[in-house]
Design a protein around this ligand. Structure first.
Ligand code: PLP
Length: 360
């Protein structure tokens, strides 16, 4: 890798495309003749307004976002959305959640502060290693929405098909799969994503929501009301200008690389290289049921905890960083987001093979 960079398998913040980092570096001292860095720029300036508007327009193009949906850039990262969703969408005070792992559990416990939460499906019985059947969920008439975490970053599962939820508003946390494959936005009421997994610097979330879900509610703090952001082009206060700029660069980069269909193909190929090896190995084991496996986060393990730790140390020394599994589940995990090059996955598999031969 150029610049002495490492293949970084972190679950987030994660790798950015090298070309994007190079462009940002080239514009660091003087953004396109403005005489300043984007960090130093007024959020009310016409130069920044253009950066913001292009970021939204490019995202709309990438995801083919229908006109009756708003695109918001909100601070507070992923975690604040756990609260903003119920604060804004609970009108009847009842919401349904599918429990598939660490991040949906966090969303559930936060939502309980605002109303009644019904867990309508769960994979807790098998340690969240699969996606529960969501073809016939019992959703009460008065439920304000059905919430899913579409890709569980820590557990490594993905919804390969959306739950059947009839007319209920579907809300999805797409943080760790955002822009990794085509998405039919019209199937959702609200999609949100913390951007540090697949698009940019931590601390911001992109929210895509259907206009009719916006509401005037004076009990919701101003900044936490989606309407505040929708009515002001996400410029109510000083936004995270730097993150918007970096995300905008990634949107343009993805468009230039053929859009989400092309990206999905690259991602599937990368994931297949790793899963095929894990399935053929007698030393390493993939943790998740085959049909529910994430294309972005790949949890796996050796035969023992001790060997997991020895492997992480050896991998780091060989230039493969952040392969330790999340502390809540243990084992190992390789996050292979959009920006992880195919060569990185191939190099990792070669290393795994060699390691198995010498230690297996
Ligand atoms: C990382 C992550 C979050 C939390 O994001 P923060 O920006 O750290 O608050 C929420 N949901 C999922 C699926 C994530 O991967």
């Amino acid at each position: 890798m150029k610049y002495g960079r490492t293949y970084n398998f972190s679950a987030g913040p994660a790798m950015m495309p090298e070309e994007v980092l190079e462009e940002i570096a080239a514009e660091m001292m003087n953004y396109q003749g403005s005489g300043m860095c984007v960090m130093e720029m007024s959020h009310r300036s016409s130069v920044f307004q253009k950066i913001r508007d292009e970021a939204e327009a490019d995202l709309r193009k990438l995801m083919n976002i229908p006109e009756n949906y708003k695109v918001l850039f909100v601070q507070g990262g992923g975690t604040l959305e756990f609260a903003m969703v119920p604060m804004n969408l609970m009108k009847n005070g009842v919401a349904c959640y599918v429990e598939t792992g660490s991040w949906s559990k966090k969303a559930i416990s936060e939502a309980k502060k605002f109303g009644e939460v019904k867990v309508v499906a769960s994979s807790a019985d098998e340690n969240f290693t699969y996606i529960p059947d969501c073809s016939a969920l019992e959703i009460p008439e008065n439920a304000d929405y059905l919430y899913i975490c579409e890709n569980e970053t820590i557990n490594g599962t993905t919804f390969h098909a959306l739950p059947a939820c009839g007319n209920t508003v579907l809300v999805s946390d797409q943080s760790s799969m955002f822009l990794s494959r085509p998405c039919d936005v019209s199937k959702y009421g609200l999609i949100w994503a913390g951007v540090q997994k697949n698009v940019g610097p931590a601390g911001m979330a992109v929210v895509i929501l259907r206009e009719d879900l916006l509401r005037e509610d004076l009990t919701v703090p101003t900044y936490l009301n989606y309407k505040t952001h929708a009515d002001s082009d996400s410029l109510y206060n000083t936004p995270n200008c730097w993150a918007i700029y970096c995300c905008g660069k990634v949107f343009k980069y993805l468009l230039a690389k053929g859009g989400l269909e092309a990206q999905a193909k690259r991602n599937e190929e990368k994931a297949a290289i790793l899963y095929d090896f894990l399935d053929s190995s007698t030393f390493f084991t993939a943790s998740v049921r085959k049909e529910d496996r994430s294309v972005m986060n790949v949890p796996f393990r050796t035969p023992s905890k001790e060997e997991d730790a020895a492997f992480v140390a050896a991998a780091k020394a060989a230039g493969f960083d952040n392969l330790k599994g999340h502390k809540s589940v243990g084992g190992l995990r390789a996050s292979i987001y959009n920006a992880m090059p195919r060569e990185g996955v191939e190099a990792l598999v070669n290393f795994l093979k060699k390691y198995e031969k010498e230690n297996g």
